[in-house]
Design a protein around this ligand. Structure first.
Ligand code: GLN
Length: 243
């Protein structure tokens, strides 16, 4: 499995790096070869050659700094998605695949515009912060996803939300829904980091990535892992949040 980790040195908030560590470990535990390449500003890369593209979250200033480079790769990212490279996006990265992002100072950062959703700034100084639980349906796999959000941006016009919010805010203060998933990209506000606390989602991402070269590959084809600590961590969070 080949992964392109975009702007690893700029877009990495609240443990987003942990997502890459988890994918590596879960692949290695199963004898799946895992190659992780970082793609920084100005670095040459053919993103369509990868099975997975990952982009983490970032503060407004960081989002602003990657925009010229990100937009220059628009055609290549489109080509990647069209050839079934799966895309995992966290928070600031998720926002930039939509039409635009309005920063806290009201300046507008253009997005890649692949989707109609866009992100406006909330009321002065207000942010969606806290633990989150959502209920998601990942190609028929029904699962609760736990994580942590911290964003000022309010994302609206989300056609295919990732899940229904059980605790926390989600795409905006009163959205009731969180993230975006349409089979090609999975965007979410959940840092936390996302994959260590949600092993089923980690395996789902691995499955989607492996489907680039083997469209018939199924999540149930992956060797079962024990997930003792992961399950314990999830249960601790869920029981606390559901009280
Ligand atoms: N700067 C964006 C916002 O505040 C994204 C923050 C993040 O990635 N956590 O909405």
């Amino acid at each position: 499995m080949r992964v392109a980790w975009m702007y690893h040195d700029v877009m990495d908030l609240y443990g987003d790096t942990g997502n890459m560590m988890v994918l590596k470990k879960r692949c290695e535990d199963r004898g799946i070869r895992f190659e992780l390449e970082t793609v920084g500003i100005g670095e040459k890369a053919d993103l369509a050659a990868f099975d997975l593209i990952f982009l983490g979250g970032g503060a407004d200033k960081e989002q602003m700094s990657i925009i010229p480079d990100l937009l220059s790769r628009k055609e290549n990212i489109q080509e990647a998605m069209d050839s079934r490279t799966f895309v995992l996006l966290i928070c600031g990265g998720y926002q930039l695949f939509g039409k635009y992002y309005e920063a806290a100072d009201h300046s507008q950062i253009p997005g890649l515009g692949f989707y109609d959703y866009h992100t406006d700034t909330g009321k002065e100084g207000s942010r969606c912060i806290g633990n989150v639980v959502i209920e998601a349906d990942l190609d028929g796999l029904k699962t609760k996803i736990v994580g942590f959000e911290n964003h000022g941006g309010q994302t609206v016009h989300v056609e295919h939300p990732l899940g229904k919010v059980l605790k926390g805010y989600g795409n905006s203060f009163d959205a009731g829904y969180e993230g975006f998933y349409d089979g090609r990209i999975l965007g979410t506000y959940l840092h936390g980091p996302l994959l260590p606390k949600n092993p089923e989602v980690a395996d789902f991402v691995i499955t989607k990535a492996l489907q680039k070269n083997d469209p018939d590959f199924k999540q149930s084809d992956l060797k079962k892992l024990e997930d003792v600590w992961e399950t314990r961590a999830r249960e601790a969070i869920l029981s606390k949040l559901e009280q």
